[in-house]
Design a protein. Structure first.
Ligand code: ATP
Ligand code: MG
Length: 564
């Protein structure tokens, strides 16, 4: 039985819930003296921006290193020169730092190890464990066999060590055209694991590499390069996702044949998927290229830069990963859980202010014209340390359009003709009248206030059932707010059979005329607030200007998730 299965069985038996199965493996290795220092790594390919799935790997790997007093490396897996761009290197570094994963100076590039990889290949040839093969790509595929049938040996498999050494050197020196020869590991063409049927480990390709330029015209294949990278860095536990499980025998073969003293151990875990959310790099890229979203950091995406722009915090993402746990079986998590985490993180930290997103005017007919009164309000009633502020109150206010109805249904406790409500942090008001335009749309609501009912005055005369928020029409700051829904049409699911995606046409609603209390003038890019009753909002760093604040709604107040 494989080790992970044993550990999982043990975990079940002892009901060890405080540790995940990877931690249990690591602790066993430490106990048995196989591991003196825990070294982990995050190995992105710089071919796109990072997303929430990568965050899982980053938080898991850096967290393990921190927990066991070890080291965490950020290593760019840049062995494939066609797709890689330096632009992505910068964004990845920024995202990893933002998530709080501490790699200090431990930033590496796999391409810096090309010399060692070449030497490793030579060593395999010298041991009779690798050979230069002249079969074409199609022939190699044919010879490989299938799941049911073993493969056939290449006719070049028995070349002498001398001939292989000579040919491989000449491959490196550029004597052969691209694709005309490859170097293959000599393992077992009859292995039930197809990855072990003499896999290709080096190919000829004249491509300019972002780091090594034109120094190389041969490049190592992933399955050969990756274990060498880990071994060179002294990685103790090489944690990857499930699709590499079948590659583990080859990983182990490479580190064994190259005789590394403390070979790294590969452990696989399940990828993070979010239900009805696009997480794959390839698909996010398609949404960007097709112009369906406005760049990699469009707040509707779950790339790290988009989550940051929308107003998610590193703490909320960490909390989310903690709740998700580390599993060995693929499953899909609800986006609502991520929203729950950001609400939990922000609710005690950020000020709560009144903001009206869909304004209608409210006139208090018995309040003196031209008078401004400042009323005290707590910045966060659940966190007294955040202090208080003064809010201007005047004769003309804005309230939410949905907080008034001419003919209310049962159980509607907000404003309607004749009804009395509390204006949050202010007075009780009773609706006396309203004005409509020619289409019947309400343009103004009239009411009277009762000076006895001032908030904080200890008034106990009578109770009202509804409390609504408001802002002073004269003092409020006009801002833009962007409210988001899922980018995907949830009824149809993300992908169609032909690889296209089902896009929700109403994934963003832009409110250009929103009014917020004057305190909002202090807001800077990335600052977030709770707009009372409306949700958490974050200042958009990209579209905010000197004259206009733009807010992204991080999450509404409605929760679709309950922790157990
Ligand atoms: P994608 O699946 O989006 O194309 P990738 O796996 O090709 O991503 P890499 O840059 O190769 O992206 O991945 C870097 C690391 O992130 C790998 O170790 C990979 O296993 C891990 N990773 C990628 N996606 C997820 C995910 N959804 N959940 C957990 N880890 C992930
Ligand atoms: Mg990949």
């Amino acid at each position: 039985m494989d080790e992970t299965k044993e550990i999982l069985a043990e975990k079940e038996e002892k009901e060890v819930v405080s540790k995940n199965f990877i931690e249990m493996i690591i602790e066993k290795d430490i106990e048995a003296g196989h591991c003196t220092e825990v070294v982990t790594r995050f190995p992105p390919e710089p071919n796109g921006y990072l997303h929430i799935g990568h965050a899982k790997s980053i938080i898991l790997n850096s967290g393990l290193a921190a927990k066991y007093g070890g080291k965490f490396n950020l290593r760019f897996d840049d062995t494939n020169p066609t797709k890689e761009k330096t632009e992505f290197v910068q964004s990845i570094i920024e995202d990893v730092k933002w998530l709080g994963a501490d790699f200090e100076e431990r930033l590496f590039f796999a391409s810096d190890y090309f010399d060692q990889m070449y030497e490793g290949a030579v060593k395999l040839i010298q041991k009779g464990k690798a050979f230069v093969c002249d079969l074409s790509a199609d022939e190699i595929r044919e010879y490989r066999g299938t799941l049911k049938e073993p493969g056939k040996n290449s006719p070049y498999r028995d070349r002498s060590i001398e001939e292989n050494l000579d040919l491989f050197e000449r491959m490196k020196n550029g004597e052969f055209p691209d694709g005309s020869k490859v170097l293959r590991a000599k393992i077992d063409m009859a292995s039930p694991n197809i990855n072990m049927r003499d896999p290709v480990i080096y190919r000829i390709a004249r491509m300019t590499h972002h780091n090594t330029g034109d120094k190389w015209c041969i490049y190592p294949m992933y399955d050969f390069a990756h274990p060498i990278e880990d071994a060179i860095e002294g990685v103790s536990h090489s944690i990857c996702t499930l699709e590499f499980e079948d590659h583990r025998p080859l990983y182990d073969w490479v580190v064994r044949e190259l005789e590394y003293e403390n070979p790294p151990k590969q452990i696989e875990f399940a990828k993070l998927y979010l239900t009805n959310v696009v997480t794959g790099k390839r698909y996010i890229k398609k949404l960007v290229e097709d112009g369906i979203v406005d760049g990699w950091d469009d707040p509707r995406l779950v790339s790290i830069s988009a989550l940051r722009r929308r107003g998610f915090t590193p703490e909320s993402i960490r909390m989310f990963m903690e709740l998700c746990g580390v599993a060995k079986a693929n499953s899909s998590v609800d986006y609502a859980m991520l929203e729950y985490c950001v609400r939990e993180d922000l609710k005690l930290k950020r000020p709560r202010v009144m903001a009206v997103l869909d304004p209608v005017k409210l006139v208090i007919t018995n309040y003196p014209e031209g008078q401004t009164e400042y009323l005290e309000a707590m910045n966060n009633p659940e966190n007294e340390e955040m202090g208080t502020r003064m809010i201007p109150f005047t004769r003309e206010l804005y309230i939410e359009r949905e907080d008034f109805m001419i003919e209310p249904p049962k159980k509607y406790f907000r404003l309607f003709p004749g009804n009395e409500v509390r204006l949050m942090n202010a007075y009780f008001v009773t609706c006396t009248d309203y004005v409509t335009d020619e289409t019947g749309k309400v343009t103004e609501i009239h009411c009277t206030y009762d000076p006895e009912t001032k908030s904080g005055s200890g008034f106990t005369g009578r109770k009202v059932k509804g409390t609504i928020h408001w802002v002073s029409a004269e003092h409020a700051v006009q801002v833009e707010a962007r409210l988001y829904e899922n980018l995907i049409d949830e009824e149809k699911g993300v992908y169609n059979e032909d690889g296209t995606m089902n896009i929700n046409p109403d994934s963003v609603s832009i409110r250009k005329e929103c009014y917020v209390e004057p305190i909002i003038k202090e807001a800077k890019p990335y600052d977030s607030y709770q707009f009372l009753r409306n949700g958490f909002f974050c200042v958009d760093y990209k579209d905010t200007t000197e004259d206009k604040l733009v807010f992204n709604r991080v999450a509404s107040m409605k929760s679709g998730y309950k922790p157990n």
